[in-house]
Design a protein around this ligand. Structure first.
Ligand code: ATP
Length: 250
């Protein structure tokens, strides 16, 4: 147990959650390493949700609410870190939930689906035999659910790999990514990238979607239309550079 008074409490608490997810069979060993890369970018970001990230989350909420068939792609890291917030977001935005793994494994898919169900998810796709192939990616990474990602118009991909983000965009999906690295292929391939930690983004997105269900379609379109991903990514990179170039960590 980490004492809450430890100066790096939050960061260490997140590591503990991932280690627990690994022991439970939800997180892949490679997922632990991917988290390490994310941690470094979060450190540069200042470990807080910037105004830039909040603006992207606002656009993402508008996009989800405007979609006819939005789906959240869930992997082991996301389930270990924020299963409850993911289920709440799915409810608030009317999204489907699909377990979709880079390092695919049916046992891991079932463990992750169980974690979502225990937090109240009524239906979790991606564990049964409705498998379809997404064009443009290598097997087995192209496996998706026919009723989920294949049929979706918008896919929220927290922690996605660049190839698959590109393939989803090429397949005509609106792609919303959450990625702490503003220079990753995922961040650049997505239509909306929230450069922030999933642990902060998922509850914020659920809250925005609950509030914005009051908006009419024109207002949602205005929020979405005002968003520019390239500008937003550049601003996130500048924030990191500022923080390291004589800012808070210097
Ligand atoms: P890409 O294929 O998009 O260029 P990559 O190969 O650099 O990405 P991966 O190893 O596929 O990255 O996945 C790790 C990515 O996930 C990193 O960009 C990292 O910043 C991000 N990441 C890890 N943990 C988190 C987190 N908790 N919240 C948000 N992003 C995260």
């Amino acid at each position: 147990m980490i004492p809450p008074t430890h100066p790096r409490y939050e960061s260490l608490r997140i590591r503990e959650m991932l280690a627990g997810g690994f022991e439970a069979g939800a997180v892949a060993a490679e997922g632990l390493m991917a988290h390490g890369r994310g941690e470094a970018f979060d450190y540069m970001l200042g470990e807080e949700s910037t105004i830039t990230a909040q603006r992207a989350a606002h656009a993402a909420a508008a996009a989800l609410l405007l979609s006819a068939k939005p789906v959240i792609s869930v992997n082991g890291n996301l389930a270990a870190l924020c299963a409850a917030d993911t289920v709440q977001l799915a409810e608030a935005a009317g999204c489907g939930l699909e377990v979709n793994l880079f390092y695919d494994d049916i046992r891991r898919r079932r463990v992750i689906a169980g974690m979502l169900r225990r937090k109240g998810a009524a239906e979790v796709l991606g564990t049964e035999e409705d498998r379809a192939t997404l064009p443009g990616t290598d097997s087995p990474r192209r496996l998706v659910s026919a009723r989920g990602i294949l049929a979706a118009d918008t896919v929220l991909v927290p922690l996605e790999d660049g190839d698959r983000a590109e393939a989803l965009a090429a397949a005509g999906k609106r792609v919303i990514a959450i990625d702490l690295n503003p220079a990753s292929r995922t961040a650049r391939a997505a239509h909306i990238t929230i450069v922030d930690n999933v642990v902060r983004v998922m509850p914020r997105l659920a809250q925005y979607c609950s509030q914005m269900t009051q908006y009419d379609e024109g207002s949602l379109r205005a929020v979405l239309g005002a968003f520019r991903n390239d500008t937003n990514l550049a601003e996130s990179s500048r924030t990191m550079a500022r923080n390291f170039g004589g800012g808070r960590h210097a």
